[in-house]
Design a protein around this ligand. Structure first.
Ligand code: FES
Ligand code: FES
Length: 133
């Protein structure tokens, strides 16, 4: 059992040292962009993936989040987790996994939902681009 305080430190750590902040060229055919907003608070998250065309693996990820600390921490965790994973596996990451990892309180659950939605949207965007190409 990890103490509440230890959980909280994870949020603070990801908030202070967010991993993978940045952006890729959204017109790059190997890039998928997910842009989602939280109706509950108006916060916005942009998450991008770079995909290896042959293997379908996510080789790199980055994000920009205009939102609360929990949303920033959630996108930081999400971007870390999806790197090196096949797209389907990444898209199956649940917000509850992220929320548990960061020990988000119930009122902050929608912040991790933003990250789940952003991953799915990025994968969808990549696939739609592929179909059009
Ligand atoms: Fe907007 Fe969370 S309510 S920062
Ligand atoms: Fe709205 Fe965190 S994303 S409060």
């Amino acid at each position: 059992i990890v103490s509440k305080r230890a959980y909280h430190e994870k949020v603070v750590d990801h908030y202070n040292n967010p991993r993978n902040v940045g952006s890729f060229d959204k017109n790059d055919p190997t890039v998928g962009t997910g842009l989602v907003g939280a109706p509950a608070c108006g916060d916005v998250m942009k998450l991008q993936i770079k995909v290896d065309e042959t293997s379908g693996q996510i080789v790199d990820a980055c994000f920009k989040t205009f939102g609360c600390g929990s949303a920033i921490a959630s996108s930081s965790v999400a971007s870390d987790w999806i790197k090196g994973r096949p797209m389907d596996e990444a898209a199956s990451i649940k917000n509850s996994d992220i929320a548990r990892h960061l020990s988000l309180p119930p009122v902050k659950l929608h912040c991790s939902m933003l990250a789940e939605d952003a991953i799915k949207a990025a994968v969808k965007d990549y696939r739609q681009k592929k179909e059009k190409a």
